[in-house]
Design a protein around this ligand. Structure first.
Ligand SMILES: CC/C=C\C/C=C\C/C=C\CC/C=C/CC(=O)SCCNC(=O)CCNC(=O)[C@H](O)C(C)(C)COP(=O)(O)OP(=O)(O)OC[C@H]1O[C@@H](n2cnc3c(N)ncnc32)[C@H](O)[C@@H]1OP(=O)(O)O
Length: 281
């Protein structure tokens, strides 16, 4: 922490971004040598569906960014129209028992790491962001979104239930009555609606502008002691984090039980079929 305090006082050499992670992975991390901010990009075509491998790479990348004492983390996508389609439904439909366990455990890890991250976090939402995509975005401290996309927790539309910790992230951003109604309806907000309701903080007209606005937000902490800032954030988020930490095993059990219910499997099958039909038209 002292290192980042000192480095915040020392002007950095001018240079372009430097890659830390290798492109064969489903995420890349680029550190801007001038600002010290890390951009974490999801890159799993076609829709950044969060499967076990993408979640594993996300988790490792967040860890890498924390370990390297980056000045902040910006989460974005390499896809020009999709931030993330949320959880890869194929992980939950007719699942393999062991893989399903690893999948959910890694999702828990990612949420704990991102929501509880010591560094300032922001999401440059450069495309649609349903369900798990919205979870990632609302785990960050700041959101900038491009026009004409959608974001929200649409789980009820799939016949599934957003776990409590998904709701915690949502509730950390939206007023309770807006969150409650949206969760019950499985509402997807357009960019304009998201801005009006406070689900996002700003709108940008291009990905570059979104990244710049995220960097500006992170830069707003440049004169704040990083240790004081991160301890303040951690205290504010401690209750939700401990709730999952203390109930991880039960949360996993509940998920496995719920996903394996015949009615849930049937609903997921129909939802997938409709998605495939839509993509063929
Ligand atoms: C009492 C109980 C208490 C507690 C409960 C305990 C546990 C809770 C249990 C479960 C909770 C689980 C939580 C889940 C959260 C989720 O994230 S579920 C996923 C929700 N996601 C969606 O609904 C998004 C669906 N996708 C879309 O809307 C569109 O695809 C999207 C707008 C993202 C992009 O549109 P477009 O660019 O037109 O692309 P296509 O629709 O053509 O899609 C391209 C191909 O990708 C496939 N695909 C899309 N999304 C997904 C996905 N999420 N998973 C898997 N596959 C996906 C799509 O089928 C196309 O495939 P094809 O090319 O046809 O093969």
């Amino acid at each position: 922490m002292l290192r980042s305090t000192i480095s915040s006082l020392v002007p950095r050499a001018t240079s372009v971004a430097r890659h830390m992670s290798n492109a064969a992975k489903l995420t890349t991390v680029e550190i801007n040598d001038v600002t010290g901010i890390a951009t974490l990009t999801m890159n799993r075509p076609p829709v950044n569906g969060l499967n076990l491998e993408l979640l594993t790479d996300l988790n490792n990348s967040i860890q890498e960014i924390e370990d390297n004492k980056s000045r902040g983390l910006i989460l974005t996508s390499s896809n020009p129209t999709i931030f993330s389609a949320g959880l890869d439904i194929l992980e939950m439909y007719k699942p393999d028992k062991e893989r399903l366990k690893a999948f959910w455990t890694t999702l828990q890890d990612v949420w704990l790491a991102l929501y509880g991250s010591a560094v300032p976090t922001a999401a440059a939402i450069n495309g649609h962001s349903p369900a798990g995509g919205c979870l990632l975005a609302t785990s960050c401290e700041y959101r900038v979104m491009l026009p004409k996309f959608t974001i929200g927790l649409n789980e009820t539309k799939l016949g599934i239930v957003a776990p409590k910790w998904f709701m915690s992230s949502f509730l950390s951003v939206l007023p309770r009555r807006v969150a409650e109604r949206a969760l019950n309806q499985g509402r997807m907000f357009t960019t304009d609606e998201a801005l009006r309701n406070g689900l996002i903080d700003e709108v940008a007209n291009s990905k570059e502008e979104a990244l710049a606005k995220c960097a500006e937000f992170i830069g707003s902490f440049s004169k704040v002691n990083p240790l004081a800032r991160s301890l303040t954030k951690q205290q504010l988020r401690a209750a939700e984090l401990s709730e999952l930490e203390n109930e991880r095993a039960q949360d996993l059990e509940k998920f496995i039980f719920f996903v394996n219910q015949p009615a849930v499997q049937k609903g997921l099958g129909i939802y997938l079929e409709n998605l495939k039909k839509k993509s063929k038209n």
